[in-house]
Design a protein around this ligand. Structure first.
Ligand SMILES: NC(=O)c1ccc[n+]([C@@H]2O[C@H](COP(=O)([O-])OP(=O)(O)OC[C@H]3O[C@@H](n4cnc5c(N)ncnc54)[C@H](OP(=O)(O)O)[C@@H]3O)[C@@H](O)[C@H]2O)c1
Length: 352
């Protein structure tokens, strides 16, 4: 059978998520990267910003105004609030749209206004499917517009989803404590990301009210069929890529380890990128971000604390892969009738 590669374009390809997406797209057996955009670096070769891509592409950046819409899919990797106008502009062109920003993740325009700004295209919110395949696989297959989940949100929603769905934990008082690498802040810089200020730090930068709280609560409440309340406290740490979220929740009853194994195994059956990591007698007993660098895996582990009636859930991802570029390719695969592992099945490195 002759396979015709899908033509794709990436808006915002000079950034960290766009560069990572470009890396995966260039290696994808059924994708042809047609155009990549940057306003600041228009005319320059992609490999000059992404030295890892030297020898893999001769593409140069174009400004968005030169973007051709004669493609099968457009990925948007620009900051929130800048992506919405592009989605509105390109949604009716026939190209499938995969937006990596936060602009179409929330269903409720008032919630978007609370965390971001007044939404310029609230009429399009209902057209978007939230881009976590493990939760919305069937809807993503038929979607024209996918709003990829936030990186922190992915790392908190995935480990909680089976517990919430099976009512194994109480829906309130859940606390997610996340450690996150510096690439989550994007390729732009300010004093907070300047090396002498950032290096060696463990820094809490948004102890409450982080904007990903909104999508975490939206998705978990939909699974619970009732309001779920989650507090999210991220910390910037000495790491470039990766997230480790440690989530604390109260058990709703006397669940045993076997009940959690069953809930996780059943929820993630058929989800190749979620691995349960809960071992004894090994160095790697629980999830860690480091072995996941450059992979699309989400590793999940847990421990029940019976004395306190609580469960501690650990979840690790690479923010630039399962937290953005890789998850976007996973969604693209589903939207195009491909096996979701296509072009993404990579074990990472050890040691690193
Ligand atoms: N970093 C992560 O871990 C992560 C994870 C999940 C989701 N996200 C989301 O993904 C998006 C991109 O994040 P990032 O970390 O890749 O940011 P980034 O490194 O700062 O890159 C931003 C990109 O957007 C382009 N851009 C900015 N404003 C634009 C505009 N008005 N029109 C066209 N292009 C514009 C920039 O191009 P120029 O060269 O022209 O400046 C650059 O290519 C954000 O919405 C972010 O929240 C990021």
């Amino acid at each position: 059978m002759l396979i015709v590669a899908k033509k794709i374009s990436i808006i915002g390809a000079s950034g960290y998520t766009g560069g990572e997406l470009l890396r995966w797209a260039l290696m994808h057996p059924e994708m042809e990267v047609f155009q990549i955009t940057s306003e600041r670096f228009a005319g320059q070769s992609a490999y000059k910003l992404n030295p890892n891509l030297r020898g893999f592409t001769t593409l140069a950046f174009s400004p968005v105004k030169q973007l051709s819409t004669d493609v099968d899919a457009i990925f948007i990797c620009t900051p929130h609030k800048t992506a919405a106008p592009y989605v509105a502009q390109f949604l009716e062109t026939g190209a499938k749209i995969i937006d990596l920003s936060a602009d179409f993740r929330l269903k409720n325009k008032d919630t978007y206004a609370k965390y971001y700004a007044v939404h310029p295209h609230p009429e399009l919110l209902e057209k978007a499917v939230y881009g976590i395949p493990e939760l919305h696989r069937e809807e993503i297959k038929n979607a024209k517009l996918v709003a990829c989940a936030g990186c922190l949100a992915t790392s908190v929603i995935l480990p909680l989803a089976p517990l919430i769905k099976n009512k194994l934990i109480l829906p309130e008082g859940i606390i997610a404590d996340s450690k996150i690498g510096s690439s989550a802040g994007g390729a732009g810089f300010d004093i907070s990301t300047h090396h002498p200020e950032r290096s060696g730090t463990v820094r809490s930068y948004k102890p409450s009210g982080h904007r990903h709280t909104a999508e975490i609560e939206q998705e978990l409440s939909a699974l619970a069929l009732s309001q779920v309340s989650v507090g999210l406290t991220p910390h910037g740490i000495e790491m470039v890529r990766g997230i480790l979220s440690t989530v604390h929740a109260r058990l709703s009853g006397k669940a045993a380890d076997i009940d959690l194994w069953k809930a996780y195994r059943s929820f993630f059956a058929g989800s190749p990128f979620v691995r349960l990591v809960k071992d004894q007698n090994t160095l790697y007993r629980y999830p860690e971000p480091k072995p996941l660098v450059g992979t699309n895996f989400a590793d999940i582990g847990w421990e029940i604390d019976p004395e306190k009636g609580r469960v501690i859930v650990m979840s690790a991802i690479d923010n630039l892969v399962k937290g953005s570029g890789g998850q976007a390719i996973q969604c693209f695969n589903l939207m195009n009738g491909l096996d979701e592992k296509t072009g993404l099945w990579h074990p990472g490195f050890h040691p690193l």
